[in-house]
Design a protein around this ligand. Structure first.
Ligand SMILES: Nc1ncnc2c1ncn2[C@@H]1O[C@H](COP(=O)(O)OP(=O)(O)O)[C@@H](O)[C@H]1O
Ligand SMILES: [Mg+2]
Length: 243
């Protein structure tokens, strides 16, 4: 069998005395959408930060496409094909939509392909096309979320990681964002999405991991987890069984 695209093994991350991740293991196979769900403070963002190379684990292993990536910088992980869309929709507000997209492609040398891809994104996200020359700060929250996803895709990743893409968005806008995530999955992109909104995550992902207080409490196919009577307890950290 092929190794998983992303393999996270026994990861421990500490911030001073706080243990944010405590022996977390999971994997993402090529073409799969995996969700990490858990309440505020569970360690979800820390997990994505550790994979992306923004925080250094004190223990554990990380590999991507069969190669070790533990301890690599964010720049190296982006070059290897991991793109992170952090929480909070950080656009460069004073730059235009087009300039924001170009920034996502800074690691690439294939300039003609980048230009072609920007044109393609303008079609996939018509709103970005209509507003390509406007400052990104003028877009609505949902449009900004589309822009930061498109910007992350500009690095041509093999794995797209999204941190709480629905946070603060109206349900109808969240629907649009998740339609986009589903489309990307259908096109074969591997996705690791972090959510507090468990229902959204279970619908979107092939597999889901519930984390709480830095530990994986439950994991498996989303369909099975959606029907698991232990799901809520695992999510809220009241005696869920370890995976
Ligand atoms: N930079 C930091 N310094 C100290 N503690 C942090 C830092 N970032 C996160 N934490 C703590 O680590 C734990 C996990 O946080 P986080 O990964 O942000 O959780 P989530 O994304 O699930 O809300 C929390 O207890 C949080 O307070
Ligand atoms: Mg977070």
């Amino acid at each position: 069998m092929n190794p998983p695209l992303l393999h996270v093994e026994n990861l421990v991350v500490r911030y001073g005395r706080i243990t944010a991740l405590d022996d977390v293991s999971l994997h993402v196979d090529a073409g799969e959408t995996v969700a990490i769900v858990g309440p505020n403070g569970a360690g979800k963002s820390t997990l994505l930060s550790a994979i992306a190379g923004l925080v250094r684990p004190v223990h554990g292993n990380l590999s991507f496409q069969g190669e070790p990536i533990l301890g690599q910088s964010l720049e190296r992980t982006v070059r290897r094909g991991i793109a992170l869309v952090p929480e909070g929709r950080h656009v460069f507000a004073g730059l235009t939509v087009l300039e924001n997209l170009r920034i996502g492609a800074v690691i690439r040398r294939d300039h003609a392909a980048v230009t072609a891809e920007i044109d393609r994104f303008m079609q996939i996200f018509p709103i970005l096309g209509t507003r390509r020359d406007e400052p990104a700060g003028r877009l609505s929250g949902g449009e900004q979320q589309m822009l930061v996803i498109a910007r992350a895709l500009m690095s041509d990743p093999a794995l797209l990681m999204l941190d709480e893409p629905s946070l603060g968005l109206a349900p109808s806008i969240t629907d649009q964002v998740y339609e986009l995530i589903a489309d990307l999955g259908k096109q074969g992109l591997s996705v690791l999405v972090v959510e507090q909104n468990a229902d959204r995550a279970l619908q979107a992902a092939n597999r889901t991991c519930v984390i709480n207080s830095g530990r994986v409490r439950l994991s498996g196919p989303s369909q099975r987890l959606a029907a698991d009577p232990d799901f809520e307890a695992a999510y809220f950290g009241i005696g869920g069984r370890a995976a």
